[in-house]
Design a protein around this ligand. Structure first.
Ligand SMILES: [Zn+2]
Length: 447
């Protein structure tokens, strides 16, 4: 059977393909979900594939391309659009080959997602506030694409936790309009913000270009070390990773959520995610990224997810991840190893990298082993002098500057020669005390 629809309703804003068909079925169908499936997709069971039925080519023909071509439909009107950017090139090629085929494996299978255990095929999500607005505008509710994406648990327009609607019925279903909603505890502010970050990232990824997952992995490793979750010497410490994540607001919400993603709350998946070279479910990457960079500007960290190597401190060689993101830029543990090792060879051995690599990395920082170690020993010597002077001042609170000069002779002469501004800062308190006393006298006189 081949035909074209006489009337083709337009998209209702950001609704999904499934939503469009459900509305079409309610208004123009003849009551049989099978007939509607057969008409639009050549399959009586099309309503079971809530992501997208297989034969999209037929739908494009029936709707005379008025709603977009196959790729537009799949990439921007279904949750599959979120998986595409994560696919490897061979998998993307395979998917593209399958786009216009009338039959074949399901879209999630083609994206390598069915084994993740993170998908609840019976669930669709809606926001009760959006539904009220939909009824006002269109007279019928919608399934909005932003709400159906993996990682979308909050309405970004209403900051309201989404409701779940679960059914296995073979029907074209629209969201309930009876105003009933799940009774749940109110979201804590931190939880709402965590959910908003993931939902916003998920939405941004739909229709974006291919992601560099390997660089995302590197950036996460750097971020974890920068924030002290892991150390360079133990970049993948399962217990550290789990306990850090399970203490986050995101994990707090996941723990009491209702769905297969609940098991992510423990954080014990992060170790494998970062260790494995093969791809994994986008939901894990998004949750990990948004939790790790929760303190960063939301737009900036989304853009970095799309292009992690845009930051000059990262490169894809692997070794680069040992350097932090905050110049001047060695993590304290690595700095101390390089500064305190007897030789540069010893430092490289302790770090588990070659001398050549260490030289290259120091060159990246604009220095070389000799200069770096001189600088480091300068810092240590300066700190020793500062400590000696401070200790003297705190032991002799009423001392004068000449007392300090006399009793901390070695420290003072070294620091005045090599870091005079640091010396002034260190003895500042002594000067302050005199000024304060003089002001007090002046006050008394003026009364
Ligand atoms: Zn809403």
């Amino acid at each position: 059977m081949s035909c074209e629809l006489a009337y083709i309703p337009d998209w209702r804003s950001d609704e999904t393909l499934y939503s469009w068909v459900s509305c079409f079925h309610a208004v123009h169908g003849h009551g049989s979900a099978r007939d509607t499936g057969a008409l639009l997709f050549g399959s009586e069971h099309a309503c079971r594939d809530r992501d997208a039925p297989r034969n999209l080519q037929r739908f494009v023909g029936v709707t005379r391309s008025a709603l977009g071509d196959v790729q537009e439909l799949l990439f921007t009107r279904t949750p599959i659009g979120l998986f595409i950017p994560f696919l490897s090139t061979p998998r993307q090629r395979k998917l593209n080959e399958e786009l216009v085929a009338p039959v074949g494996p399901g879209w999630r299978l083609l994206c390598g997602m069915p084994a993740s255990g993170l998908h609840d095929a019976s669930e669709m999500r809606y926001c009760e506030h959006c539904i009220v607005e939909d009824i006002e505008i269109w007279g019928m509710p919608r399934w909005r694409l932003p709400h159906q994406l993996p990682g979308s648990w909050i309405c970004l327009d209403h900051c309201h936790e989404l409701n779940s609607f679960r059914t296995d019925a073979s029907q074209w279903i629209l969201p309930p309009t009876d105003g009933r909603s799940d009774r749940r505890p109110a979201l804590a502010r931190a939880e709402a913000e965590a959910l908003e970050r993931v939902a916003a990232l998920a939405l941004r990824l739909v229709g974006s270009g291919t992601l560099d997952v390997e660089s995302i992995r590197q950036a996460v490793l750097v971020g974890l070390r920068d924030q002290g979750v892991t150390t360079w010497l133990h970049p993948l410490h399962n217990a550290h990773l789990s306990s850090w994540f399970s203490g986050s607001a995101m994990a707090g919400w996941l723990r009491r959520s209702d769905g297969p993603w609940q098991r992510l709350a423990a954080g014990d998946w992060i170790h494998d995610l970062l260790r494995n070279r093969v791809g994994d479910h986008p939901l894990k990457w998004m949750i990990l990224w948004c939790t790790l960079f929760a303190d960063h500007d939301s737009t900036a960290h989304h853009l970095r997810f799309l292009d992690p190597v845009s930051s000059p401190h990262w490169d894809a060689s692997g070794q680069a991840t040992i350097w932090g993101t905050t110049p001047p830029s060695l993590p304290a543990d690595i700095h101390d190893i390089v500064a305190n090792a007897a030789t540069i060879r010893e430092a490289a051995r302790l770090l588990g990298i070659s001398v050549t690599t260490l030289r290259h990395r120091l060159a990246d920082l604009g220095t070389n082993p000799l200069a770096f170690r001189q600088d480091a020993s300068f810092e240590q010597r300066k700190q020793r002098a500062v400590n000696a002077i401070r200790d003297f001042i705190s032991a002799h609170p009423s001392c004068s500057r000449s007392d300090i000069h006399r009793c901390c002779k070695a420290a003072v002469s070294w620091i005045r020669l090599n870091a005079p501004d640091v010396f002034e800062k260190t003895v500042e308190a002594v000067g302050d005390q005199r000024t304060w006393q003089m002001t007090l006298i002046a006050d008394e006189v003026s009364r």
